[in-house]
Design a protein around this ligand. Sequence first.
Ligand code: NAG
Ligand code: NAG
Ligand code: NAG
Ligand code: NAG
Ligand code: NAG
Ligand code: NAG
Length: 691
Amino acid sequence: MLHTRTRNPSPVPDVNWDSGLKEMNETWKGAVGCLGVAIFFIMTIGIIYWQVVDQPNKNWILKGRFSGLIWERSTQTLVVQTLSENKTFAEIDIGNFPVMEQPFVKNLCWLNKTEFCYTWDSVTELKISLDHSFSAGTECYSITWTPIHCDVKLKDCFSMTDVSWYGGATSSAQQWPMNNVNMPLQPFIINNLKSSPSAYGSVLERYFLGSTGIAVLISPDVPVSVSIERNKSFCVETPPSTDMSPLQYTVCVGETIQSVHQEMGSLLYEKQRRLPNTEILWMPLWKHYGISDSAAKLERELRSFHNKLRRLGLGECLIAIDEHSTMLLSNKDHKLTVNQGEKSRRQRRDPYLLKNLNLLITTSPYASVNSEQFQMYLREDKENYWLSLHSKLDGSLSPVLTKWKGQFSVRLNITSKPAIDWYLNTVTSLKNKLGAEYVAFEGVEGNTFIEQSMQPSGGLEDDHYTGFLASLVDKLGNSTIITASTRSNYLPIFVQMSPLHSDWSYTGLKGIIPSVLHYSLLGYNYFIPDAIGGTFSGEFLTDEELFIRWLQIVTFLPVMSFNTPPWVCCDDWVLNLTRQYIQKHQDFVIPLLTKYADEWLSLGTPIYRPVWWISPNDPLAFMVDDEFLIGDEVLVAPITKQGDVHRDIFLPGSSYQWVDMKTSQVFDGGTLLKNYRCSLLEIPVFVKKTS
Ligand SMILES: *[C@@H]1O[C@H](CO)[C@@H](O)[C@H](O)[C@H]1NC(C)=O
Ligand SMILES: *[C@@H]1O[C@H](CO)[C@@H](O)[C@H](O)[C@H]1NC(C)=O
Ligand SMILES: *[C@@H]1O[C@H](CO)[C@@H](O)[C@H](O)[C@H]1NC(C)=O
Ligand SMILES: *[C@@H]1O[C@H](CO)[C@@H](O)[C@H](O)[C@H]1NC(C)=O
Ligand SMILES: *[C@@H]1O[C@H](CO)[C@@H](O)[C@H](O)[C@H]1NC(C)=O
Ligand SMILES: *[C@@H]1O[C@H](CO)[C@@H](O)[C@H](O)[C@H]1NC(C)=O
C-alpha cells in the first residue's frame, strides 16, 4: 500500500517533464554549439595570430656560456650572438632549400641542453650541437644538415655585412679581406690559376676567419662548392647527390679574431710541424729561361749565367731551370768517360761540374704522349702507372688524357704503389745526376677527373691528388717545392706562389701582400714569392720603378726570387740597389724569420701577420692590405702604387711604440701616419720599441 501511495502523488505527468526538459536541452545545446564554434574561431584566429603576427621573429635555439644561436624567422637566418646580445658574430642564411613557409622551429632534442634538432618534412634534418672541447674563451657549434632526399641541395651563406673574412683559397687577384672578391659557384678545389684564372688556386683550406672573432671549419670529407658575392656573402653548398652527403661545418666564436685563430687554426695542422731546409733563404733564386734545343748548349748557357752572377757580386745563388731544360739535361748521357786524351775537355761537360752550378730543377707528374719517354713506358709495361679508366667491355685500361704545357699528356696514378715507387726513384736519380739539392714539383694542382667532367673515384676526389703528392714529395727530403698545397702545412715543403702579372694591379704587385698574409695565416710560412716583376707573361720586365718596388717587398719575404735580371731591365745603379737589398735580406730578415720559426713550430703562430693581429678591435686594421708584420716586432709598409712617394701608414697596437728605421723617430701604435714620405729608393720599416 505504502508503495502505491508513494507512487501516485506525483501531480505532473512524466511526459510533461520529459518534453520540457527536451525543449530546454535543445536551446542550451544550440547555445553551447554556437559558443563552441565561436571559441573555435577565436582560438583559430588566436593561433593564426600567434603563429603569424604575434610570435617573436627571433628566438634562442641554443645557448652556451657566453654566446648562443638565434633563429630569425623572417629572414631564415641563424644569428650567432653574445648572450647579452651586444655583439653579433655572424649571420648565416640557412633558408636556401625549397620550402615556402618557414614554420616556427622548436627543438626536437629539448631534453638535451647542448643540442638542437629540427626536421623540415621530407627535405632535410638539422642538428646543432655545442662543443665544449675548446678552451674557456672559445665556444663552438657543430652544424650538420642531412638531406632526406637525393635531390636536396644544401646551401648555407655567411653574411659579409660588417664582417671582414679571411682564409679559404687563393685567387688570381688576391684580396685581403676576401669581401672584395667575386667568385662564381664552383667546386672548392685547387686549380691552376694560369689556365683557369677565375677558379680557386694554389693554397686552399676549408677554413674561414671573420673579423668579429669567428672561425668556420668545413668538414673535410664531403665535396663542397663555394661561391663569393662581393661585399654580400659567401656560400657553401653540397650538390644534390645519390650519396645524400651531409653539409657539415663547425662555427667557433671567441673574444677576438686573433684568439679564435690561435685556437682553431691549430686544427689545420694536427700533426707535428717540421721546417724545410732553410738554406735556400740565403740563396737568391734566379730563373733561367733556356730556349736551348741541346743539352750541351744549355750547359754552356748555365755556366756563363752562373759566372756572371758571381762576377757581379750577387753572392751564392740558385739557378732555377724549367721542366723542359731539366728533361734536356737528364736525357743527356752523362757517363763519365775516362778517356786519356780527351779527359780535360770531357770533364768540363761532366755532370760533376753541373753540381757547382747550384741548380734547382723542375719536374711534374705528367708525361707527354709525344715524348720518347712515353713510348718507353709503354714498352716497359708502365701503362698502368697513369690515371686510367676501365673499359666496361673488356676491363682493359686506357689512360686519361689531359693537356699539360700545351701537350696531350697522362698523369701519374698517385694511388698506385708501383707507380709512386718508380716516380720517386726517377726523381731521386735525376737529382743525383744533375747534382741538384732543390726540386720543384709543378702540376700538383687540379683534379683530372673533374676537369674532364668525369666522376672522380678511388680516393681521388676533391684535392686528394694534391694532398697525396705533398706527402709523397715529403719522402724526398726537406728541400722540395710544390706549386699548390692543402692540409699539408706541417710538412717541410716550400710552396711556390702562382705567377703574377707584370703590373701594379691585384693580379700583379698589389696582390703580393694579400697572398703573403693568406699563405701565412693558413700555416704556409715557407713560400717562394713569384719572381720579381712577375712571370705570368714569361717576358722580361722593362718598368724600372715596378722592379724596384717589387724588389723592396720581396726583400722581406723568405726567398728572393728573380726573373728579369736588373742589368736587363734597369740602369746600373739598380744592380747596386739589388745587391744592397740582398744584403739586407740576409742581415736583417733571415734572423727574424729564424726567430719566429720557433714560435711557429711550438705554437703554430703565423710568421707573417696582418696588422689586426695586434689591433684586433680596430675596424681600420681589417682593411689594411698593403702592410705586414714579421712576428710582432717589425712592420713593413711598402709603396704599392705606381708613381707614389707618399703613403698613409697604419701603426697597429695601441700599447705599442714603433721606431722608424730610417729616422729613429718614435711613433705611438694605434695611429695612422698620414702622408709618410718615401722616395723610390726607400721602403718604410718600423721596429717595435722595447724597454
Ligand atoms: C657586452 O656585454 C658584456 C656584459 O654585459 C660586456 O662584458 C661586454 O664588454 C660587452 N661587449 C660589447 C662588445 O659591448
Ligand atoms: C647531449 O647530447 C650529446 C651528444 O649526443 C651527449 O654527448 C650529451 O651527453 C647529451 N647530454 C645530455 C644531458 O643528455
Ligand atoms: C665593398 O665594400 C668596401 C668597403 O666597405 C668598399 O670600399 C667597396 O667599394 C665595396 N665594393 C663594392 C663593389 O660595392
Ligand atoms: C734537412 O735534411 C737534412 C738532411 O736530411 C738535415 O741535415 C737538415 O737538418 C734538415 N733541415 C731541417 C731544417 O730540418
Ligand atoms: C691507380 O692504381 C690503383 C692500383 O693499381 C688502381 O686500383 C686504381 O684503379 C688506379 N686509379 C686510376 C684512376 O687509374
Ligand atoms: C754602388 O754602391 C757603392 C757603395 O755601396 C758605391 O761606392 C758605388 O758608387 C755605387 N755604384 C753605382 C753605379 O751607383
